[in-house]
Design a protein around this ligand. Structure first.
Ligand SMILES: [Zn+2]
Length: 129
């Protein structure tokens, strides 16, 4: 049995709603980073921070299918070229963003404008959902 991250939420309300929906479906899950994210909301979205919903690896397919059906999301495609070769992360200018994250850590100043974005590997464009 391995534990994997299903998704990351920005706030405790959203995370607990998803947790309860998954529990109703018989999928065992738990939340991590809930207190830290509530106390330090400026760091949400940086380096994958946020409230993480953790599930058992064997439930991954069922849980992600259920989550997609609840939110009405189909498979994510690039708005520029309709490719499905899309990833989620720091996107373009990773070194610049990592520099700002280090600067933020060294100066103890939260720079909350650094968010993960969706990134098309085919046409090299960043986009929001
Ligand atoms: Zn594209």
């Amino acid at each position: 049995m391995a534990t994997i991250r299903l998704t990351t939420c920005d706030n405790a309300v959203e995370a607990n709603m998803i947790k309860n929906l998954l529990t109703n479906e018989g999928i065992t899950c738990f939340l991590t980073n809930e207190n830290f994210t509530s106390l330090m909301p400026n760091y949400t979205g940086m380096m994958g921070a946020g409230i993480q919903i953790m599930i058992d690896e064997k439930d991954a397919e069922k849980a992600s299918g259920f989550l997609a059906s609840r939110t009405g999301e189909a498979e994510l495609t690039c708005p520029n070229c309709n490719s499905t070769n899309v990833t989620f992360g720091l996107g373009l200018n990773q070194f610049k963003k990592i520099f700002f994250i280090l600067l933020s850590a060294l100066t103890f100043t939260p720079l909350s404008n650094l968010k993960n974005t969706f990134y098309c590997r085919d046409c090299k464009t960043e986009f929001k959902r």
